[in-house]
Design a protein around this ligand. Structure first.
Ligand code: TXA
Ligand code: MG
Length: 318
């Protein structure tokens, strides 16, 4: 029953994948490192479906896969180090974390609300073709459920995520079988955020300097991310009424009265929609300078767990 989801990466398969991505659905996509669980990175609803599918209890930032270095530079700010690595190693299994450009359309949820963006130009011909035909960046974490090993064949993707994907393009076993190397270029010194398919030596030779250890600047560690995420206004969680001066972050059909400064994560109580709106709504309410943001209760099921995790951090992270 799951088998028909696999498709050869011929022109019909690529067209079907692009069509599914355009409609906000998820696609299993071969890359040279591992298979990715792909969505249109500019579509927050589609990106929320990635987190729902992976059943990850929190929102990790995702890699935006683009067609060329030129495209990457439209989304992020590249210093001399970043440009040198991009020039030498793209297309290929290298991910660069750089400051985002304000005009980048990669959605807040794909960046988990950070002011940085992870970019990669994959070398795999199928991934490249899908990205070019879509004409947009593709958010794609490894195509496995949270806590499972990364998928290196189309069958792994179907086994792990068959219910969640519209189709999986079968490009055979992923050639490298380990994830991309991630280098952070957001501070003064380049940092190795994740060892991967490109050895550290190779990168250090290109930069003519050593990479700092990821333990020093563990941008990926949730604790470090808190300060990035926190809105200026304090959050008051599990709110059932609005107090004077507060803004309201609502959820569900019935919002308490008391303020014009209100946004609803999802009128229908849809947790995927709520996840898609979370970061942008928080930002928008914070910009109104309320004394606090009252946040209505969010259910614990499904994506509710990740939403609650994010809100709890934001409420403490100031
Ligand atoms: O080889 C790969 O990189 C595969 C293929 C599909 O491209 N993708 C992959 O994605 O491994 P994922 O989501 O499993 O791992 C991405 C890593 C995560 O550890 C995430 O925290 C980190 O990249 N990351 C993404 N954006 C970041 C950012 N702005 N700052 C710091 N870390 C970031
Ligand atoms: Mg992964």
């Amino acid at each position: 029953m799951k088998a028909p989801k696999m498709h050869a990466p011929d022109s019909a398969g690529i067209a079907a994948a692009v069509d599914a991505l355009k409609r906000g659905m998820l696609v299993g996509l071969p890359t040279e490192t591992v298979y990715g669980l792909a969505a249109d990175a500019t579509d927050a609803m589609a990106v929320a479906r990635i987190f729902a599918a992976k059943q990850r209890p929190r929102f990790n930032p995702l890699i935006a896969h683009v067609a060329s270095s030129e495209d990457a530079m439209a989304h992020g700010v590249f210093d001399a180090h970043a440009r040198a690595l991009a020039e030498a190693l793209w297309p290929g299994p290298l991910t660069l974390v750089v400051p985002r450009r304000a005009e980048s359309a990669v959605c807040d949820l794909a960046r988990a609300g950070l002011e940085t963006v992870a970019l990669r130009v994959p070398a795999h011909p199928v991934a490249r073709e899908v990205i070019s035909r879509l004409g947009k960046p593709i958010a794609a974490p490894s195509a496995n459920k949270s806590g499972h090993v990364s998928a290196t064949t189309a069958q792994h993707v179907v086994d792990d995520l068959g219910e969640a994907v519209a189709l999986v393009l079968d490009g055979g076993p992923a050639p490298m079988g380990i994830e991309s190397t991630i280098v952070g270029l957001t501070g003064n010194a380049p940092v190795l955020l994740r060892p991967g398919a490109i050895p550290r030596d190779r990168i250090e030779a290109l930069l003519s300097k050593p990479l700092e250890a990821s333990s020093v600047t563990s941008t990926i560690a949730p604790g470090m991310l808190e300060s990035h995420y926190a809105p200026r206004a304090p959050l008051r969680l599990e709110a059932t009424e609005v107090r004077p001066g507060e803004a309201l972050l609502g959820f569900g059909p019935a919002l308490p009265p008391g303020t014009m400064k209100r946004l609803n994560l999802s009128r229908d109580g849809d947790l995927v929609e709520a996840a898609a709106n979370l970061f942008s709504h928080l930002r928008a309410l914070d910009a109104l300078n309320p004394t606090a943001i009252a946040v209505m209760p969010i259910p614990r099921e499904g994506l509710g767990e990740a939403i609650r995790d994010r809100l709890a951090r934001a409420s403490k992270g100031r």
